[in-house]
Design a protein around this ligand. Structure first.
Ligand code: MG
Length: 354
């Protein structure tokens, strides 16, 4: 066997001898031979490829445990694992990017707001319907001057669970919320909601999704757990502003499933996150900028599961009254068979009445 000293091997694979000794101790990259008398490490030339892979994965920022896993896999599976790792990095970065944008925005906005700024307020409507198949409605929908919320309960006590979660948020609807502390308030409210759901039932199979928006007078704060959704209709275009916490969505993110395959996957309803069992959950928090004329839709999967985004966009664009829009969306879900409870909240940002 063609053996290299640790120095020569380090040079060839661009890892330092110190790193090589560490990887030996971690059993990530064992030398081919260790001299029993001197303790010198020797590496086989065939090990160079693996050493280079380790070096590249280190440059990618992958933790050592992940590198060990990738190195043990066949090339195709290793490639999948690297893609999955990177998808997770990007998702985490996106959350931090939103927070950074919010902080920068918050620090550069004059306080109090300038006098010539148009004051905006919400014009809203909410409706929840059992659909055509389910014996009971386990959804809860709520809309007020500051708070919009949709919760989709599941399990034997799904209805009280979704109602308790929304109820726990309602104090936010009556208090003035300074924009600077809104994310903390929402985070606290979610902990209250988690406790409230736990009081309804401690069973692991009882819980609820929760998607809510809070209007601060200048922007909207969004909190989201599960597979209910929030959309923004702006200038005739529909944007989804939440990310489903479902197994199929994470498989789409990691390139293991296409969007088309996800919509018909037998386990498409399997949630990765929900308010359930009293376990602390980390919600998605997001600050949404606001413009006059923006229209927001919050809905349970009883709508998004059976009505295509383009149809949702058409209905939202053609019905200016929030009541009409909400009714038409619920009807569209029922026309498509109404297989699930369906809840919709529509809210428009309009100039405040003087
Ligand atoms: Mg549902």
């Amino acid at each position: 066997m063609d053996m290299l000293t640790i120095g020569a091997f380090a040079k060839a694979c661009r890892l330092s001898p110190k790193a090589l000794r560490l990887y030996d101790e971690l059993e990530l990259l064992r030398p081919a031979r260790v001299d029993p008398d001197t303790g010198y490490r020797y590496y086989a030339r065939e090990q160079l490829e693996q050493a280079r892979l380790v070096a590249w994965l280190r440059r990618l920022g992958m933790p050592l445990a992940g590198i060990r896993q990738v190195c043990a896999l066949a090339p195709a599976a290793a490639a999948r694992e690297i893609r999955a790792y990177w998808a997770r990095v990007e998702a985490e970065t996106a959350v931090r990017r939103d927070l950074a944008a919010f902080l920068a925005d918050h620090l550069s906005t004059p306080h109090p707001p300038r006098k010539d700024t148009v004051m905006l307020e919400l014009r809203y409507s909410a409706h929840s319907d059992p659909g055509r198949v389910r014996p009971a409605n386990q959804d809860t929908a709520y809309a007020g001057g500051r708070l919009l919320a949709v919760a989709d309960g599941f399990g034997p006590a799904g209805a009280p669970a979704s109602s308790a979660a929304v109820e726990a948020l309602k104090t936010l609807d009556t208090e003035e919320v300074p924009a600077g502390s809104v994310l903390n308030l929402l985070e606290d409210a979610v902990q209250n909601a988690t406790r409230a759901v736990h009081e309804v039932s401690a069973a692991r199979d009882v819980g609820t999704t929760l998607t809510a928006m809070l209007w601060t007078g200048s922007r909207l704060a969004l909190v989201h757990i599960g597979d209910s959704r929030a959309y923004l209709l702006r200038d005739g275009e529909l944007f989804r502003i939440t990310h489903d916490h479902t197994m199929v969505q994470s498989m789409v993110d990691e390139g293991r499933l296409t969007v088309q395959e996800a919509t018909v996957h037998p386990q498409r309803a399997l949630l990765l996150k929900a308010l359930a069992g009293g376990a602390p959950v980390v919600p998605d928090l997001h600050l949404q900028d606001a413009q006059p004329g923006d229209r927001f839709l919050l809905c349970s999967d009883g709508l998004s599961g059976v009505v295509a985004d383009d149809r949702i966009r058409q209905l939202l664009s053609s019905l200016p009254d929030p009541d009409d829009a909400v009714r038409a969306l619920v009807d569209a879900a029922n026309d498509a068979g109404g297989p699930d409870n369906v809840s919709c909240v529509v809210a428009d940002l309009v100039a405040a009445a003087a």
